[in-house]
Design a binder for this molecule. Structure first.
Ligand code: SAH
Length: 357
């Protein structure tokens, strides 16, 4: 099966041209022309020989990710995408493409547009409060399927995306290699040029892969879904905690922040009567003492999974205890609640979790 051209890192494209007889400098200039064309709409002017070669060896189809539904609110746009797995029917053969759906949300900040994208079809992490966990992982997204979420979202409304969060459906670090290539592709200066410091990878706490990001010097920001001040509550909410408990997780966070000298974001969903008491807040203060981080308190977007959002007063009280305890914290601004912007919600809403053969 041919790889999609949007799967190629700049280096892979250069190597491809070197394998086809170009010297290093010509290979680099051809790769630049192609990146400019794919990501900046700059006409390429390449010879027919080169375009034929590319079309022979790669799938050059931009339409393997299609917007099937778009919901707008003032400050956010939610997209539902249909993915076609990339298997094109052989001439005269039967289409073996396996379609699936994922979602992304564009959020308009005063400092630019951020897009929250999906990294897997479904998710196996099984978090009790998360709609995505009701949709078991079907497969990992390839880099091009993440890249095309950005290009399609930009094209839909003519809005440039300057920041990215990997917080849609899926666990990005359970799709490590593809996410790594994706960050490389979108960061390249001749392409989308979204710098790693504008990319945030959110994880439920896969400790080995968090350390791997560090050892491989992938300079993106890290957000860790903590959601509880102790192992007892966290294990009830997040099965991953039974594999990597809070001590191991926070030891990794300490190590990462020390090496990068950069704060790690800790996400904490406020769930009514579950993790939002004053006692929980105090426990969180002592747990996080001395860790270079800030806590992002997230008002829960209610689903049908039985959890309720904490009241605004409860969130305020919890926040105050953190601040008084010397922990940096913010309450996350809400985007697009009315358009079901929370992880996995739109997809579940339109019944798109069904794989259509
Ligand atoms: N798997 C990754 C990234 C995807 S989820 C992770 O766990 O971090 C992105 C964030 O949204 C996580 O912090 C997740 O816990 C949170 N989330 C999931 N469902 C939510 C909901 N209904 N309301 C608010 N936040 C939610």
């Amino acid at each position: 099966m041919k790889s999609n051209i949007y799967n190629l890192t700049f280096t892979a494209l250069e190597n491809y041209f070197i394998e086809h007889g170009e010297n290093h400098s010509k290979a680099a200039s051809k790769a630049k022309i192609i990146y400019n064309y794919l990501y900046r709409n700059i006409p390429h002017g390449l010879s027919e020989r080169i375009t034929n070669l590319l079309e022979r060896d790669f799938d050059c189809n931009f339409n393997f990710v299609e917007i099937t539904e778009q919901r707008n609110s003032e400050d956010a746009v939610k997209f539902l995408f249909e993915l076609k797995s990339g298997e094109t029917p052989a001439a005269g053969g039967i289409a073996s493409a396996c379609n699936a759906a994922v979602e992304a949300v564009l959020m308009r900040h005063d400092y630019g547009n951020a897009l929250c994208i999906s990294t897997q079809v479904g998710c196996n992490m099984g978090c009790a409060f998360c709609q995505s966990s009701t949709q078991k992982k079907i497969r990992n997204l390839e880099p091009y399927e993440m890249v095309l979420q950005i290009l399609k979202a930009q094209e839909a409304n003519g809005e440039k995306i300057s920041r990215l969060t990997l917080m849609g459906i899926g666990e990005p670090l359970d799709n490590y290699e593809n996410v790594k290539d994706f960050i490389d592709i979108i960061g390249h200066k001749d392409g989308l040029s979204i710098a790693p410091r504008h990319i945030t990878v959110s994880t439920c706490g896969l400790v080995p892969e968090m350390k791997r990001l560090l050892s491989e010097k992938i300079p993106c920001n890290l957000a860790v879904s903590l959601h509880a001040p102790n192992d007892e509550i966290r294990s009830r909410l997040m099965p991953v905690n039974q594999v990597y408990g809070i001590n191991e997780l926070l030891a990794a966070v300490r190590e990462i922040t020390a090496v990068k000298n950069k704060k790690t974001t800790l996400e904490y969903i406020m769930l009514d009567g579950v993790n939002d008491s004053d006692d929980c807040a105090r426990e969180l203060v002592s747990l996080l003492k001395g860790i270079y981080c800030y806590v992002n308190l997230i008002p829960y977007n209610e689903t049908n999974l039985g959890f309720k959002r904490s009241s605004a007063d409860r969130i305020k009280a919890f926040y105050s205890i953190l601040i008084q305890g010397g922990i940096r914290a913010v309450v996350r601004r809400e985007f697009g609640g009315e358009i079901k912007a929370a992880c996995g919600q739109l997809r579940a809403d339109v019944g798109a979790n069904i794989v259509r053969p």
